[in-house]
Design a protein around this ligand. Structure first.
Ligand SMILES: [Zn+2]
Length: 569
């Protein structure tokens, strides 16, 4: 059993004493949950997924007719279940103001007397988040900065005393402790959570630190292993399609001008032209002693932006808690309804249907809403069913909600997120992405044990999935979050079946038009997982204690500070 902290926190409504949970009365819960569990139907789930991922929904891109269809569908379903509007204004909608833009990039790299004009989006992608018609960077010195990481808690600083203001920084993807593909070893298990990806490994971090450093452009070198996805995912997401961001008051004027990626081949070519060697630079970058290396060459970029405002929507429904006081506390279930829309670059099937990603989670959200609606009495705390927009553009709908919550986050007990349900049949286990982060794991572990199942850590922690879906925006604000994924130990299947299916999906279907409902899908495992998530949310909503972050997680201090601040008001 993991260490659990005592904390004494007062909210305006309730005195909460968080101590080790008493053993849960599984039998009583089972009886109370039975009418809800009975509503969980694999056929119904499949029907909903099929509808949401049909070509008629056009890949559900924010600000398109596909959004209208998806939002109308979810609203209709929540309403039909008799749920209350989730927005206190009496609607099921939270308006989300976004800016969408298309960039036409040009790039030139002049290194070692040679000029390269790379092709877009096959060799590089580049965008500017600044809301300006043209953003240009002219002959800026290129500096290789290793992983581009500044992590004081590990005594790590890739920049040392080198000023990169106005320069183009070239960086490796992931963090310095990522497994060495040659021998599978990590640099130092005690640093950067060993082979697990930390936030320092995410591309969002790379451009944030580059902005802080005053760089003119930041280029990430793509490598399939450490990135967790092939180049096609980069070119598909950052290529000739619309990019989206939450609308900012200053038009992102303080943001780094150019955010780019290059293929590994192109990076190697540039480094060779500079008389450098990629592999030895990478080896150096995996040490604390690393210092930035100038290429002795320059990068020029020009990005022409055409932008438009997009009014998008989160859909939110509420099941009011049955306790007059505790109903002001909330358990959120979240899932993103959006996907990538269509691409005019592709011939043939150009609709990104997003069946797994994330018609499954959105459909699961409706199924859970239906299950909760069947409970009598309702749980004591309120439940919010939050279908968010623009996850694929950077968790934007969730970010918008977390920054503009409809109910205070200090009264939000937990977020339980779904992004991709299991389509390959029943498993003995269920994966917890970010395993060990919060006491929500214990609630899930107990619910799983009652079904003869176990919880296991993410088999691919190096891909940083904890930072890649909507719950992360809640975690960033301190709200304990649970994000599960399909188990790996499939009942009646040979060993390695789960991994091979998962790898096959990542390789062939992830963020591609072929992410469609397949004839061999078996949603019986997804139903069991939904049953567990129902049980977890129910117990948290009825619990005598709030879930808390475990010691050592980056969100714990934040949560305690925000609850104390609120208590003091
Ligand atoms: Zn997703």
């Amino acid at each position: 059993m993991r260490f659990r902290t005592l904390s004494h926190l007062t909210t305006s409504a309730t005195l909460i004493l968080a101590f080790a949970c008493a053993p849960t009365d599984n039998a009583a819960d089972d009886a109370a949950l039975a009418p809800g569990l009975a509503t969980l139907s694999a056929d119904e789930l499949l029907g909903r997924i099929t509808t949401l991922s049909s070509d008629a929904y056009g890949g559900r891109a924010p600000g398109t007719a596909g959004e209208d269809s998806a939002v109308a569908y979810l609203t209709r379903e929540f309403e039909a279940l008799g749920l209350a509007p989730g927005n206190p204004d009496g609607s099921f909608i939270q308006q989300v103001s976004l800016v969408g833009w298309r960039g036409e990039p040009k790039a030139t790299f002049a290194v070692g007397g040679k000029t390269i004009t790379p092709s877009f989006p096959d060799q590089y992608v580049a965008i500017s988040r600044r809301n300006q018609p043209t953003v240009a960077v002219d002959q800026s010195d290129i500096v290789f900065v290793g992983y581009g990481v500044v992590a004081p808690e590990y005594g790590w600083d890739d920049y040392k005393d080198v000023d990169v203001t106005g320069k183009t920084i070239l960086m490796l993807v992931n963090d310095p402790a990522v497994a060495n593909p040659a021998d599978g070893s990590a640099v130092d298990e005690s640093m950067f959570k060993g082979t697990a990806m930390t936030y320092y490994g995410r591309w969002t971090y790379k451009y944030e630190i580059a902005t802080e450093k005053g760089a003119a452009a930041a280029i990430i070198i793509h490598e399939t292993g450490p990135a967790g996805y092939p180049w096609e995912v980069v070119s598909g997401s950052w290529g000739a399609r619309e990019n989206i961001d939450v609308k900012s008051a200053d038009g992102n004027a303080g943001r780094i001008p150019i955010e780019a990626w290059v293929t590994l081949d192109l990076a190697k070519e540039m480094l060779t032209d500079a008389g450098l060697d990629f592999d030895s630079l990478k080896a150096m970058a995996r040490t604390k002693e690393f210092r930035p290396v100038a290429l002795g060459g320059t990068a020029s970029f020009q990005v022409k932006n055409t932008s438009r405002e997009i009014q998008s929507r989160n859909v939110v429904a509420k099941l009011e808690g049955s306790d007059p006081e505790l109903q002001n506390e909330y358990v959120i279930y979240s899932a993103h309804w959006d996907h990538l829309g269509t691409s005019d670059q592709l011939t043939g099937d150009n609709i990104f249907n997003g069946a797994l990603d994330n018609a499954t989670g959105s459909a699961g959200l409706v199924q859970l809403a239906k299950a909760f609606s069947a409970l009598d009495p309702a749980p004591t705390r309120s439940i919010l069913f939050l279908a968010v927009t623009a996850e694929e553009s950077g968790l934007l709908g969730a970010k918008y909600y977390a920054e503009n919550p409809l109910y205070p986050l200090e009264q939000t007990v937990a977020d339980i997120n779904m992004d991709g349900l299991n389509q390959w049949g029943p498993t003995r286990d269920i994966v917890v992405v970010g395993y060990g982060n919060s006491t929500l794991d214990d609630v899930l572990e107990s619910a799983a044990a009652a079904k003869g199942r176990v919880i296991v850590p993410d088999p691919e922690p190096e891909k940083g999935f904890f930072y890649r879906s909507d719950h992360f925006e809640f975690a960033k604000k301190g709200v304990p979050a649970l994000y599960t994924d399909a188990g790996t130990d499939f009942i009646g299947k040979p060993e390695g079946y789960g991994k091979s299916k998962r790898d096959e999906y990542t390789e062939k279907d992830y963020h591609k038009p072929s992410d469609e409902v397949k004839p061999d899908w078996d949603l019986s495992g997804a139903m069991e997982d939904l049953g567990l998530l129902l049980t977890v949310g129910y117990r948290v909503a009825n619990g005598s204690t709030w879930p808390v972050w475990e010691r050592g997680t980056e969100f714990k201090a934040l949560r305690e500070a925000s609850l104390q601040k609120r208590a003091a008001q």
